[in-house]
Design a protein around this ligand. Structure first.
Ligand code: NAD
Ligand code: IPM
Ligand code: MN
Length: 348
């Protein structure tokens, strides 16, 4: 069988540690299920920027185009490169260029993980719009540095962009418990979010089997803490989805547990897989980052590539490890111990 061509971008900080852990597990899964991954590593990172003056070469996107999938650790090293430069130079252009408009982020407690809430049994799928909205990059500053300075950041919502992410959310809801909550702030934001609500109602009319709720982002933040078990699929704009998925990570035990897939439903374009967390400079290079979020994101990549059994086996191995108490709390086990426990469960 032809190996799957994977573009690996470990990036910065713990991105490097968790990417290495993930590839060990994915290679073991591939060997067990009779396929192969052919990774090509790209050193695109803040270090690369300091050397070359750009986060990736000018033809970086062109280079990634022919891969079956992209796997990214994390990008950002604010001590040397401003975040707005590093992220707008690598991660965000990849999401946009390959129309990875659906960012899928699951939030549930893994076997053996308690999380900070009393709540049990929640299983949330956050579908985050990933290419426009508040991340459009449109805006500017005038009178910079003066007393009358003004900065504008324009959130752009197109009918195409809003409709496709809401439809994607409905499709996911149909495969789950058939409940969708659309998150906006249409009480305060009277153009974009009112428009989003209207499009949701239009799409809902085509999917009568799905029960739809509308919530404001502030109320949703409280709901995810107070009653997360009532939620199924959440659909949110780029920024709101970003914030809610760090909250989702927190209730599932921490950022080390939150996986993410940037899906391009156009199968001719590569999708990208990465944990929700960032490069965590505070714990980088110490072998203490939790690799579970990254490995779970790797399982999502296998699933996307059509290796559903191998994907399920990786998730089962993660839960076999956490079920034995490995990696369930920060500081309990090292990155390599957690990876070794997952590998041995996979190979058992
Ligand atoms: P962060 O997610 O890197 O870290 C937040 C906190 O969570 C830190 O205390 C960190 O130690 C902890 N943490 C994160 N991942 C962990 C893991 N796997 N195991 C244990 N603890 C973990 O967020 P931040 O500090 O806001 O950002 C740091 C850098 O990463 C910035 O440059 C930021 O822009 C970037 N960032 C990149 C991505 C990405 O590439 N996808 C995502 C988020 C942030
Ligand atoms: C994420 C990250 C990125 C985002 C940042 C680093 C630009 O926080 O993937 O959640 O906001 O999308
Ligand atoms: Mn984020």
């Amino acid at each position: 069988m032809t190996p799957y061509k994977i573009a690996l971008i470990p990036g910065d900080g713990i991105g490097v540690d968790v990417t290495q852990a993930t590839m060990q597990v994915l290679d073991a899964a591939a060997a067990k299920f009779g396929f192969a991954l052919e990774p090509t590593t790209f050193p695109w990172s803040c270090e690369y920027y300091l050397e070359h003056g750009a986060m990736m070469p000018a033809d970086g996107i062109e280079t990634l185009k022919d891969f079956d999938a992209i796997y990214l650790g994390a990008v950002g090293w604010p001590a040397t490169v401003p975040d707005a430069v590093s992220l707008h130079g690598l991660l965000l252009p990849i999401r946009k260029a390959f129309k990875q408009y659906a960012n899928i982020r699951p939030h549930r407690l893994l076997n053996g993980v308690e999380g900070p809430l009393k709540a049990e049994g929640f299983d949330i799928l956050c579908i985050r719009e990933n290419t426009e909205g508040e991340y459009s990059g449109a805006g500017g500053r005038v009178h910079q540095g003066q007393g009358n300075e003004v900065a504008v950041e324009t959130a752009i919502f197109t009918r195409e962009g809003v409709e496709r992410i809401i439809r994607f959310g409905f499709e996911q809801a149909m495969m789950r418990r058939k409940h969708l909550t659309s998150v906006t702030k249409s009480n305060a934001q009277k153009f974009s979010m009112v428009f989003w609500d209207e499009v949701t109602r239009e799409v809902a009319a085509d999917c009568p089997e799905v029960t739809v709720s509308h919530m404001h982002i502030d109320a949703m933040a409280a709901k995810m803490v107070m009653a997360p078990q009532d939620l199924d699929v959440i659909v949110a704009s780029n920024l709101f989805g970003d914030i809610l998925t760090d909250l989702g990570a927190a209730i599932q035990g921490g950022l080390g547990f939150a996986a993410s897939a940037n899906i391009s439903p156009d199968r001719a374009l590569p999708s990208m897989f990465e944990p929700v967390h960032g490069s965590a400079p505070d714990i980088a290079g110490q072998d203490i980052a939790n690799p579970i979020a990254a490995i779970w994101s790797g399982a999502m990549m296998l699933d996307h590539l059509g290796q559903t059994e191998a994907s399920a086996a990786v998730l089962k191995a993660i839960e076999a490890a956490t079920g034995q108490g490995i990696g369930i709390r920060p500081g309990l086990n090292s990155t390599s111990e957690i990876t070794a426990a997952i590998l041995s469960a996979l190979e058992a």
